[in-house]
Unconditional design. Structure first.
Length: 222
């Protein structure tokens, strides 16, 4: 936009010079039209500059090589294979929450009741993750040597920094902003949990954030 304004100024400046010479030959007492033309050019430049996107509120950061993911090395220690089943399933819950939220909490804990692993058995664990208490429900489909079960998670904390880094990768730009608190609690299947913008080549693009049924973070342009 600045280049465009300078071109307008240059063109108007040439026209103004011609007008000034013509009026000088006639001996007119009217105000110098060259000054009027220059002032008009400055007004055009100011208008064009004001039309540029206001990037003062965008949060700038480097574009990551890939979208954020939880680092398994930062998870709490995994229970031994002969540990009580409740401890093993509780740790699985911590891993799922971390995968959901895209960041691991080394201090996360899981409090599960005793679980025998019998068909039809159900239990609810309390997972403490980043200071939030979450419910992790388990329903055993079949027991024995190979335990099959379904699980359900009440939700997980989602950090603004995680969402914005995901958007930076998606939009391939450093300048982004999301209309959300620093941390929000989201659940699988939540739609439009946040609205975001990305500044790409001086153009603002709108994005929406949703959570898939299995906890997948989705950032898409609208």
């Amino acid at each position: 936009m600045l280049i465009s304004a300078r071109r307008h100024r240059l063109a108007l400046g040439v026209a103004a010079t011609g007008a000034a010479l013509a009026l000088a030959a006639c001996g007119t007492d009217d105000p110098n039209p060259a000054e009027q033309e220059i002032a008009a050019a400055e007004d055009v430049e100011e208008e064009e500059e004001s039309a540029e996107p206001d990037n003062g509120d965008f949060r700038e950061g480097p574009v990551p090589d890939q979208a954020p993911e939880a680092d398994e090395a930062d998870l709490p220690p995994e229970p031994a294979s002969d540990a009580p089943l409740g401890e093993i399933l509780g740790w699985d819950g911590i891993e799922r929450v971390s995968s959901f939220a895209k960041v691991a909490d080394p201090d996360a804990t899981a409090d599960c009741p005793e679980i025998e692993g019998e068909e039809g058995e159900s239990a609810t664990c309390t997972i403490t993750y980043l200071g939030e208490e979450l419910e992790y429900s388990i329903n055993v489909q079949s027991g024995g040597f190979m335990l099959n079960y379904t699980w359900e998670l009440s939700g997980a904390p989602l950090q603004r920094d995680i969402v914005e880094d995901t958007l930076r990768v998606r939009a391939e730009t450093e300048q982004v902003r999301c209309d959300m608190d620093e941390v929000i609690l989201v659940a699988p299947g939540d739609d439009d949990v946040a609205s975001c913008e990305a500044l790409v080549d001086d153009t603002t693009r709108d994005y929406s954030v949703s959570i898939g049924d299995v906890g997948t973070l989705s950032v898409y342009q609208v």
